[in-house]
Design a protein around this ligand. Structure first.
Ligand code: NAD
Length: 471
């Protein structure tokens, strides 16, 4: 079995001072793939000091010069994109076709679209006699999860680097293939030493980064529980924070909407990456009078979602990341079964392949609005259907959780859908199936986080405005 045991600090591979180990298994075969050596805080200062040293020269480059490096990283990642798509499929469980498009091609494109911002973005402008200069925040600690590993790393590194910041990345220890490919790409792109440093580790290494005096900003994507802990620590010395956290996103169906389209799209969103998607629509909120029709549609559509190996062309839904993740998800399912919720599809006893961390696509109907299933993030292939008694009740239900990451609205007309979208507390709202826009701001209200990623808004997260008054 392979072992991963080197940080990338100041442009060189440096052995991890071992504080533990984690073995990553193939999500479908359960075979061990790689052991990752976990560092604790001991090696973190070397990385943050390297980032601090690299900062003056990096921020002195013109944005268009920095953009050139972003494009070089995109090119280097693309060279081994097919291998990475397969590796992420094996680790995380996403079907290969989707893994290529969503886990690799989309983030590679995002490196390039972020680079393109260098041409039009005003890093300086005037307000009366003030010169407003947008300075890089400084040294950024980027801490990322495992579910869309390259996407989440890209959402931080690309804009931070374009802004003129240097970075210490602590990627998820549970999806290491991306880490390996990223380090190789940074080397091939010829990025100056210390501009990006990568430390291996789990919670201890992450925590050491958050408390490190050389770090000016923490950009975190992950669970709300960990995000809260990080925010509390970072507040002590007022580090700038950006937090992309969990979700319980609603799909609101209004009377007169195309129910079949809404149900199909919501189920697909909920089951994407076997439900391991922060912005998945995991609550389908339908008119009470449409519940029976909605139920029939869900029974039929869920039956067509074939479970299987991520590399099998027939597979619609792959396994979950790990045994621990499967147990967590099944605990929600059995709790809902014991509570007697209407099981429309799947469930804890539904057939799944004999090997692999599978959970059958599961749908519960008429889920009470105060239940755990209606309010908490499951992070697995489980949809909750709730009934509403009119548009204002639908809005109240949609806004009724502590989260506010994404939502969809399905209405008889786009104008009606937009009117409801404006009332939702969510960072991203799609009306009548409108497609994802990578340049639009992505992020959450409430417990879904603070700050935005994507496009111009994502770049501004890493810039600190400075006003210089001139006579
Ligand atoms: P997690 O919070 O367990 O871990 C995220 C990262 O934080 C990992 O790198 C981990 O090693 C590190 N970490 C863990 N404890 C830490 C600590 N005490 N201090 C510092 N770092 C620490 O999350 P996960 O299981 O990797 O990912 C799943 C979660 O991420 C879900 O809740 C999901 O909704 C969320 N997520 C959010 C978005 C978004 O954009 N809003 C995107 C993807 C995932």
């Amino acid at each position: 079995m392979r072992q991963l045991g080197e940080h990338f600090i100041d442009g060189a591979r440096v052995p991890v001072t071992p504080a533990g180990r984690v073995t990553v298994h193939d999500s479908a075969s359960e075979a061990p793939i790689v052991t990752v050596v976990l560092g604790d805080g001991a090696d973190v200062p070397a990385a943050t000091q390297a980032a601090r040293r690299a900062l003056p020269a990096w921020r002195a480059l013109a944005p268009t010069e920095r953009a050139g490096y972003l494009r070089a990283i995109a090119d280097a990642l693309e060279q081994h994109g097919a291998e990475l798509a397969r590796e992420i499929a094996r680790e995380v469980g996403m079907p290969l076709k989707l893994s290529q498009r969503i886990q690799v091609d989309a983030p590679v494109a995002a490196w390039r679209t972020t680079a393109a911002l260098a041409d039009g973005f005003a890093f300086e402008h005037a307000i009366d006699h003030s010169r407003i200069v947008l300075d890089p925040v400084g040294v950024v600690a980027a801490i990322t999860p495992w579910n869309y590993p390259l996407h989440q790393i890209t959402g931080k590194l690309a804009p931070a680097l374009l802004a003129g910041c240097t970075v210490v990345l602590k990627p998820s220890e549970l999806a290491p293939a991306t880490t390996v490919r990223l380090i190789e790409a940074i080397e091939r792109a010829g990025l100056p030493a210390g501009v990006v440093n990568v430390v291996l580790g789990g919670a201890a290494a992450g925590q050491a980064l958050v408390t490190d005096a050389n770090v000016d900003m923490v950009s975190f994507t992950g669970s709300t529980a960990v995000g809260r802990r990080i925010a509390a620590i970072a507040a002590v010395d007022m580090k700038r924070l950006s937090m992309e956290l969990g979700g319980k996103s609603a799909a609101v169906v209004l009377p007169g909407a195309d129910l079949a389209r809404a149900v199909k799209a919501t189920l697909a969103s909920c089951m994407l990456n076997a439900g391991q998607t922060c912005s998945a629509t995991t609550r389908l909120i339908v008119p009470r009078e449409d519940y029976a029709a909605c139920r029939d549609l869900l029974v039929r559509q869920a039956a067509g979602m074939t479970l299987g190996d991520p590399e099998d062309a027939e597979t619609r839904i792959g396994p979950l990341l790990s045994a621990a993740q499967r147990e967590r998800v099944l605990a929600f399912v059995t709790e809902a079964e014991q509570a007697g919720f209407d099981r429309i599809a799947g469930g804890s006893a539904a057939p799944v392949p004999p090997r692999g961390y599978f959970v059958a696509p599961t749908v519960f109907g008429q889920v009470p609005r105060d239940s755990r299933l209606a309010n908490e993030e499951v992070f697995g292939p489980v949809l909750a259907v709730l009934c509403h008694d009119g548009p204002s009740d639908a809005v109240a239900l949609a806004n009724g959780t502590d989260y506010g990451l994404a939502a969809t609205v399905w209405a008889a007309s786009d104008a009606e859908g937009e009117a409801v979208a404006r009332q939702l507390r969510a960072g991203q709202v799609d009306v009548n199936g409108a497609r994802f826009n990578p340049l639009a701001p992505f992020g959450g209200f409430g417990l879904s986080g603070v700050g935005r990623e994507g496009g111009r808004f994502g770049l501004e997260e890493f810039l600190e405005p400075k006003a210089i008054q001139l006579q």
